[in-house]
Design a protein around this ligand. Structure first.
Ligand code: TLP
Length: 347
């Protein structure tokens, strides 16, 4: 069965062009700095983000962790959103492996942190407290509906960070979705940040990998942390090759995913019993809730859909996230809407 998989854009398989590029990639030992394909990907990504250098890493989680461990030492503190991926879904890596203390402030529905909340979280110089060192933002913001943070907002946080001698890290797992949605360059969004992590293996369809970018000195130090974490990969050009295709060929088409997500949301909104969390999804995620008196709950809906070849995941008993990506076409959207209507006895 050809599954319609809406659980995440992490499920995307590489395109035929990526598989070809992987087969033909020039390779070398990247821990010795000799893989030309990895080198090219790192330089390309750094260029797209307006940073001096890049570091190819196995995952977004490792990229964020390397950033935190490069900016912070034991007993330092990171200020980040209570709904951020790094706080919720990265297994507490900063605390477990770095002795770094997370200080969460509430994410607003638009994915931002209020500036006064961030200022209140910055610790005075006093031996009772950890040392505030880093602020983290996430763009697009996954748990806040895939919303993009604007460059204006990011700049304000960057200014604040500098005012207090803190660093700013951007979890830009989906920064290209944000850039496309806002109609600006990823470099503009990344400019105020000292470091940015970007995923190739989400909506851009590469099978593996992320790139962490920053200035030369930051990346030199981050390379050592990557080695400490076991993330030095040898002939990694074989996967970096797919990342190059992802960067060169898959960014501009993200607008199609955003349009399909919007059309999916518009059509699901008409089904009684379903509540869309955002009026118009800005990128590729549709968050929805099932009313108390709906004929199915989220788990039952997963089961009904699974029998019809649709994979969904739940966030809670009545909450779901549907993610649109390259392998979801218009016909798949029609199928999903039809199956939802049946499940909700709407036809
Ligand atoms: N997000 C995954 C799950 O872990 C929730 C998903 O399906 O969306 N930052 C952000 C904003 C992310 O959404 C993710 C993955 C990561 C970092 C981590 O990337 P990986 O999975 O490569 O470690």
């Amino acid at each position: 069965m050809d599954w319609i998989d809406l659980r995440s854009d992490t499920v995307t398989l590489p395109t035929p062009e990526m598989r070809q590029a992987m087969a033909n990639a020039d390779l070398g030992d990247d821990v010795l700095g000799e893989d030309p394909t990895v080198y090219r990907l790192e330089a390309l990504m750094a260029g797209r983000l307006g940073k001096q250098a890049g570091l190819f890493v196995p995952s977004g989680t490792m990229g964020n962790l390397i950033a935190v461990l490069t900016h912070c030492g034991r007993g330092d503190e990171v200020i980040l959103g209570n709904l951020s991926h790094t706080f919720l879904y990265e297994a507490g890596g900063m605390a477990a492996l770095g002795g770094v203390h997370p200080y969460t402030v509430p994410n607003q529905p638009d994915g931002t942190l209020q500036l006064n909340d961030v200022v209140s979280a910055i610790r005075p110089d006093n031996p009772h407290f950890p040392i505030s060192r880093l602020i983290c933002l996430e763009n697009t913001h996954n748990r806040c509906g895939g919303v993009p943070l604007t460059s204006d907002y990011t700049r304000q946080v960057g200014d604040l960070a500098r005012q207090y001698s803190l660093k700013l890290h951007l979890d830009g797992a989906r920064i290209f979705n944000a850039a496309i949605a806002l109609g600006i360059s990823a470099a503009e969004l990344a400019e105020p940040a000292d470091s940015v992590m970007v995923c190739l293996s989400k909506a851009l369809c590469a099978p593996v990998g992320s790139v962490l970018c920053g200035d030369d000195d930051f990346i030199r130090r981050a390379r050592r942390v990557r080695k400490q974490l076991g993330g030095g990969m040898r002939q990694a050009g074989v996967i970096a090759a797919a990342g190059i295709v992802a960067l060169e060929k898959m960014v501009d088409r993200l607008i199609e995913d955003h349009q399909r997500a919007r059309s999916l949301a518009d059509r699901l909104r008409t089904i009684p019993g379903l509540i869309l969390e955002t009026e118009k999804p800005a990128t590729n995620m549709v968050y929805l809730q099932l009313e108390e008196n709906a004929p199915v709950d989220a788990l039952e809906l997963v089961q009904v859909c699974s029998k019809k070849g649709i994979k969904l995941s739940t966030i809670g008993p009545r909450r779901m996230r549907l993610v649109v990506h390259y392998w979801i076409n218009d016909q798949a959207i029609d199928t999903v809407v039809g199956v939802f209507k049946q499940a909700f006895k709407n036809e």
